[in-house]
Design a protein around this ligand. Structure first.
Ligand code: FES
Ligand code: FES
Length: 165
C-alpha cells in the first residue's frame, strides 16, 4: 500500500482533513472514508455524472478527481444542499415534479443544477439540456427533470426572472 497523505479541504462548509492513498478518487474518499454516500457511483469512468460534486464551485465528476488534488479546495456534496430548515428549493422542485425514479442520478443532477443556476439563474430549456448533458438518467426520460429544473429556477429567481421573459 502506498503511503497515505493527509488532505485538508472544506466540505459543505466544514473544515475537513482526511487520510487517503494517492490512487484514491474523490468519489472513493467521500463514500468510503467519509461516509458521504449521497454522492453516487455509476460508471466510474466519467460518463454518467452520478458522482457530480462541486469543486471550488464548479461541477466535476468526482470519479475522475484524485482526492489528493483537493488540498485546500471547497467541496460541495448533496449532503450540504438542504438546510436546517428543510429541503432546498431545487430539491423540492425535483420531488414535486416527480423528476426521479430510482434516484441514483438525482444527487448528480441536483449538484449540476445548483452550479448552472448560480451561473445562469434563468436558463432556457435548450441551455438546461446543454448544461446537464453530462448527467445521464436511465429512468425518467429527462422531461420531468427539465420541468424540475425550470421550476427550481422560478423558485430561486421568482418574479425577477418572470419579468425578463
Ligand atoms: S460515476 Fe463518475 S461519471 Fe459516472
Ligand atoms: S432516476 Fe433512475 S437513473 Fe435517473
Amino acid at each position: 500500500m502506498a503511503a497515505q497523505r493527509v488532505v485538508t479541504t472544506n466540505i459543505n462548509g466544514t473544515q475537513k482533513s482526511f487520510l487517503c492513498e494517492p490512487r484514491q478518487t474523490l468519489l472513493e474518499v467521500l463514500r468510503d472514508n467519509l461516509d458521504l454516500t449521497g454522492t453516487k457511483e455509476g460508471c466510474s469512468n466519467g460518463n454518467c455524472g452520478a458522482c457530480t460534486v462541486l469543486l471550488d464551485g464548479k461541477p466535476v465528476t468526482s470519479c475522475l478527481v484524485l482526492a489528493v488534488e483537493c488540498e485546500g479546495a471547497e467541496i460541495e456534496t448533496i449532503e450540504g444542499v438542504a438546510t436546517k430548515d428543510g429541503l432546498a428549493p431545487v430539491q423540492d422542485a425535483f420531488l414535486e415534479n416527480a423528476a426521479l425514479q430510482c434516484g441514483v442520478c438525482t444527487p448528480g443532477f441536483i449538484m449540476s443544477t445548483k452550479a448552472m443556476l448560480r451561473e445562469n439563474p434563468n436558463p432556457t430549456e435548450e441551455e438546461i439540456r446543454f448544461y446537464l448533458a453530462g448527467n445521464l438518467c436511465r429512468c425518467t426520460g429527462y422531461d420531468k427533470i427539465i420541468d424540475a429544473v425550470q421550476d427550481a429556477a422560478q423558485r430561486q429567481c421568482g418574479t425577477a426572472c418572470s419579468n425578463e421573459t
